[in-house]
Design a protein around this ligand. Structure first.
Ligand code: ADP
Ligand code: ZN
Ligand code: ZN
Length: 730
């Protein structure tokens, strides 16, 4: 290029639009080019959008006159620090998702909307155009503007509070004059970080003394702290209550002592209060829980999956608690990512260790232990603890069963309650019954929007669909033939009813999404169990996470069969994890525990291996099966899911997409097929699966292909999204 560019250069900007490209904008004359990671406001068609500067460019492919200017620079300190910007770029490439949308996920909602990312102050300065206007004398008839400009020309840039002080007497409404000058380009208004608050306490003095670590804990802490300062991956394998959090605490303490910070990812925000309380009791340092806030001064940042994108200067360690948990993977919306996998990428770039904690590590993670890429640190059950719980299967076909409870189970409950123990009945299905059936004509209450049955909610007198939320009154008679209808099968509400009949003396609490709506409900339920006020706990998956019960001597898994025959290759893994996690609630105090698992398939190999060889044995067998079938982690998957309002469009789109892929090298295409539940919430869902043992070949294919399928005419009639490394196939 010849001659000086008449502008301050070009910024390449990511916008939250579903297009896989960056957008070029002109940096206004007299403005410094905004640093990568800075938010800017730009015109986009008829809208004005907030975008993030990705890089600076010398030239644009757009002709000069089409290049629009940035309207405002919103940050002086980039909202996306360099390492987070690198991570979102990596995620955008790996998950083949538009960078602007990835960034939208990475930023808290308020920040995305333009709210200040740090406590902000305004800084006002006069521009050269302002100097020229002042010197021209044309402001004689605008005395307010003249005074503001004069002050800024004399004093240099001023913060808002300084302007308030200087002008409070003479010109209390200086802002409107300043805004008018800004419009003419005579003043610049910038947002700057507020003066930092009084120095945050940085002492690592403990508020509560630490317990003496067990030898296994000491070994784990020593191994991880010895690895600080470089990338490595540890798997901290131990049941809930085995002392993992204690290890996290000691590691974090060592990290803080080196002037570094810790990022802790948890699967559910509901689990953070306990964790944060433990951290706060032991480490007197600023601690942030990420929901909508940004971390600021915090030295320990605790958050759910999107916290993997949180700004953490001087990162020293990343901890991923319950690494196997499905909620660490984002499944909603268009951008599907695994926070655990991104934590590894981030740790590798930051050269820090990452600790994956779990009682039931995922098979991917265990395979990485086998191959030597991750180091496993095991915590056996707590010292001083009674023997591990005894597990037994109860054959549902061999015993009388009433309301889902086999006779031996009822007898065991009696025994434990009589011995002052507490009992947990686990059933992963809320509501009263999953089906409402007409005993005369065979009608079952269907959901109008889904290929699913409505669940009976007896107490509310409603039918509800657990897939789309549809809700209708509970009919008293069959709408088809007028005969009586009857709830069939069990939900937690029905189990509660039955157990209250059987054990009227034993106070009972139920924990599921119907009974527990807020944090307060959960705390109250846990208190009544821990205080002993309640003797029986009936619950769904909600009770398997995080909570510590001291006197729970009997755990009953009411139905293990839901996961045994699923078409999803991960169903077995999930079932084993659930059983082990629930079983881990038993016998946690000084008393031995008993675990009874009801099944109609006691000979099923999965259950047999789990009973005889525990989770490790199960994992070995399951990994051998996965290897034989070339499922992950022995291959890589990606799935394109599409849905439409009519039955045909999604399949048509995916068929056309498959045709475009041709016969790719080293990648198998499977499908398209309708989803296992094809109709959900009024839309018809289909999927096309891509599988390869060669990750690069898969990603090479995805790269060009996605852009081309987006252009397909059939794409206009469907909603579709790509999911790389899907965790469920349904
Ligand atoms: P996890 O995170 O694996 O569920 P925790 O770290 O929460 O386990 O430990 C469970 C309980 O045991 C907590 O009450 C904790 O304070 C206690 N604990 C952990 N380690 C020790 C130890 N070495 N000595 C005594 N108590 C411990
Ligand atoms: Zn009928
Ligand atoms: Zn429905």
């Amino acid at each position: 290029m010849t001659g000086a560019a008449p502008h301050g250069g070009i910024s390449r900007i990511a916008l939250d639009v579903p297009l896989s490209r960056l957008f070029d904008y002109r940096v206004p004359v007299g403005t410094a080019a905004p640093a990568p990671g800075t938010r800017v406001r730009v015109p986009f068609g008829r809208q004005r959008l907030i975008g993030v500067v990705i890089e600076q460019a010398e030239a644009s492919l757009l002709p000069e006159e089409r290049l629009k200017p940035i309207t405002a620079v919103l940050d002086t300190v980039p909202v996306l620090a360099a390492e987070v910007l690198e991570l979102v770029r990596w995620a955008s490439d790996y998950y083949h998702h538009p960078l602007g949308e990835v960034i939208a996920t990475a930023l808290p909602k308020a920040v995305r909307g333009g709210a200040s990312a740090v406590a902000l102050d305004e800084l006002w300065r006069a521009t050269p155009a302002g100097r020229a206007l002042f010197d021209s004398g044309r402001l004689a008839r605008a005395p307010a503007q003249r005074q503001v400009l004069e002050l800024l020309l004399a004093q240099g840039p001023l913060r808002q509070h300084a302007l308030d002080e200087f002008l409070a007497e003479r010109l209390p409404r200086w802002r409107s004059a300043a805004m008018a000058l800004r419009k003419q380009g005579c003043l610049l208004q910038e947002s700057v970080a507020a003066a930092p608050p009084a120095a945050a306490p940085t002492t690592t003095a403990e508020v509560h003394p630490a317990p003496v670590p067990t030898p296994e804990q000491a070994h784990a802490v020593a191994a991880i702290t010895a690895a600080l300062g470089a990338f490595s991956t540890f798997v901290l394998h131990g049941l809930t209550g085995s002392g993992k959090t204690e290890v996290y605490l000691q590691v974090i303490k060592a990290v803080l002592a080196r002037g570094r910070r810790a990022l802790v990812l948890v699967p559910e925000i509901g689990l953070t209060p306990q964790l944060v309380q433990r951290f706060a009791q032991r480490l007197a340092v600023p601690l942030a829980v990420l929901r909508t806030a940004v971390s600021g001064e915090a030295q320990i940042i605790v958050g759910t999956r999107s916290a993997v994108f949180a700004p953490v200067p001087d990162l020293g360690v990343i901890i991923v608690d319950e690494e196997h948990d499905a909620s660490l993977k984002q499944h909603e919306g268009g951008f599907h990512y695994s926070a655990r996998d991104l934590a590894l990428v981030r740790a590798q770039r930051a050269q820090v260790p990452v600790v994956l904690g779990s009682a039931t590590p995922s098979l991917e993670t265990l395979q990485n232990v086998v191959s030597g890429r991750y180091q496993r640190l095991s915590l056996p059950r707590r010292a001083g603890q009674a023997a591990p719980p005894r597990l037994a299967l109860v054959d549902l076909r061999a015993h009388a069963v009433t309301s889902g409870l086999a006779t031996p189970v009822v007898q065991a409950m009696e025994r434990h309650l009589a011995a002052d123990g507490q009992v947990l009945a686990f059933l992963n299905r809320r509501g009263y019954a999953p089906t409402l059936l007409c005993t005369a004509c065979g009608w079952v209450a269907p959901c109008r929007e889904c290929d699913a049955r409505m669940t009976v909610h007896q107490r509310l007198g409603r039918l509800r669909c657990h897939h789309c939320g549809a809700d209708s009154p509970l009919p008293q008679v069959c709408p088809q033939c007028g005969f009586a209808v009857r709830p069939v099968g069990q939900g937690t509400e029905r189990v509660e009813e039955r157990l209250r009949e059987l054990f009227p003396q034993a106070p009972l609490v139920r924990v599921d999404r119907d009974a527990v709506r807020g944090r307060g409900d959960m705390d109250a339920a846990m208190d009544s169990i821990n205080s002993g006020a309640a003797r029986i706990l009936v619950g769904t998956q909600m009770v398997t996470k995080g909570h510590d019960f001291q006197n729970m001597t009997l755990v009953v898994v009411l139905n293990a069969d839901q996961g045994l025959f699923s078409t999803d290759f991960r169903a077995a893994e999930r079932l084993a994890q659930t059983i082990v996690q629930v079983a881990g609630r038993a016998g946690r105090g000084s008393r031995a525990g008993e675990v009874l698992i009801q099944t109609a398939y006691p000979d099923h190999p999965l259950l047999q291996t789990l009973m005889c060889e525990g989770y490790d044995g199960f994992a070995r067998a399951a990994l051998a099966e996965r290897a034989a079938a070339a499922w992950p982690p022995f291959s890589r998957l990606a799935v394109v899911r599409a849905s439409a309002l009519d039955a045909a469009s999604a399949l048509e789109f995916l068929t056309a997409a498959r045709r475009l892929a041709g016969v790719p090298h080293a990648v198998k295409l499977l499908g398209p097929v309708p989803a296992a539940m094809a109709r959900r919430a009024g839309r018809y869902h289909s999927q096309l699966l891509l599988e390869s043992t060669d990750r690069l070949a898969l990603h090479r294919l995805l790269g060009g292909w996605l852009a081309r399928i987006a252009e397909l005419p059939a794409a206009r009639r469907v909603r579709w999204a790509l999911d790389v490394d899907p965790i469920d196939l349904f």
